[in-house]
Design a protein around this ligand. Structure first.
Ligand code: HEM
Length: 312
């Protein structure tokens, strides 16, 4: 009986110790978890990317957690996101559906739902949300597209290439509202060493693209919606600039990203060209919220209602 009592007292301490130390090797810092469940109880499911961002401010851009016995690495800065290049082979695997399911809000996320259309639709909705809250940007983008297209009645793919401001606007949307804020989780294929820490094999890796887009060391006034920040720069989302990675990076970057970007640009250009947009009667732009639904695809929680008036 006494032995059992001692065992029960020592077990939690042992599990806590194991949490931080991996066979004598140092793990990245992270919030202390409870025995058996690890950090499971701490994950706020409504906006995981936002919660992990807050945690990373305390524990750093390379953060280690456990969900039960599942090891998790959270990467939250452009510099640490370069592991997708420097450790490309080790970080290029995807976890099994079972592991994902534990984090995927019972199947509401992209691994199980209609991800193919959700990401583009989500990006369009965030774009219109941001534009309604920033009428200056809306006017400037509409002026650009209407001046270029004139009386033609529609915008085509050739026109898109000349819409410099609108392209900057889409980059700004993907910086602040990446459709996959934690990308699609990766899993380490084998153990590897980063910044002096040893990351175990089969660790689930979340790259917080949402946090990276708001990194104050990479972006001036990161919370401000300002497409102009991209004008005259060659910063792009093609996986070379680690401060803007809405489509990921490294060998698992989404290969169809050009298609994704053009689809958004073309739809947006036509919406801006063809209609003037107004708030429904009785609503002000301050009434539009930016709350997101739970899930690995970031979609707007509350529907966006707007009045479209024909321009042409
Ligand atoms: C604006 C739209 C979209 C965004 C922001 C987006 C974003 C992403 C991201 C971040 C990844 C993970 C990359 C990584 O791990 O480094 C990904 C992977 C993927 N995306 Fe998308 N995506 C979009 C649209 C689409 C669409 C429309 C489709 C399908 C028709 C699609 C199909 C895929 C597939 C199949 C993968 C997995 C690739 C792999 O595992 O190697 N995506 N996407």
């Amino acid at each position: 009986m006494l032995l059992l009592l001692v065992f029960l007292m020592v077990l939690p301490l042992f599990l806590l110790w194991k949490h931080r130390v991996n066979g004598g090797k140092l793990l990245p810092p992270g919030p202390p978890g409870l025995p058996l469940i690890g950090n499971l109880h701490q994950l706020e499911r409504s906006a995981t990317h936002r919660y992990l961002w807050h945690l990373s401010k305390q524990y750093g851009p390379l953060m280690f957690l456990r969900l039960g016995f599942e090891p998790i690495l959270v990467v939250s800065s452009p510099r640490t996101a370069e592991v997708m290049k420097t450790h490309d082979p080790e970080f290029s695997s995807r976890p099994s559906l079972l592991a994902l399911q534990k984090l995927s809000y019972n199947g509401l996320d992209l691994a199980f739902a209609s991800y193919g259309t959700d990401t583009v639709t989500a990006t369009m909705v965030w774009t219109m949300t941001a534009l309604m809250k920033n009428p200056r940007v809306m006017k400037k983008a509409q002026k650009e597209v209407r001046t270029l297209v004139g009386e033609k009645c529609f915008v085509d793919e050739d026109d898109i290439q000349k819409l410099t401001y609108m392209k900057a606007l889409v980059k700004e949307i993907m910086r602040l509202y990446p459709a996959a804020p934690l990308l699609i989780p990766r899993e380490t294929l084998q153990k590897c060493n980063i910044d002096g820490y040893e990351i175990p094999s089969k660790t689930l890796v979340f790259v917080n693209a949402w946090a990276i887009g708001r990194d104050p060391e990479s972006w001036e006034n990161p919370e401000e919606f300002m497409p102009e920040r991209f004008l005259g720069t060659c910063i792009d989302f093609k996986g070379q600039d680690y401060k803007l990675i809405p489509f990921g990076a490294g060998r698992r970057i989404w290969p169809g990203m050009n298609l994704g970007a053009v689809t958004v640009e073309l739809a947006l250009a036509n919406l801006l060209y063809s209609f003037d947009w107004e708030m429904p009667a009785g609503m002000k732009m301050e009434d539009i919220d930016t709350d997101a639904k739970p899930g690995l695809t970031m979609t707007k929680k509350n529907d966006l209602y707007l009045v479209a008036r024909n321009y042409i």
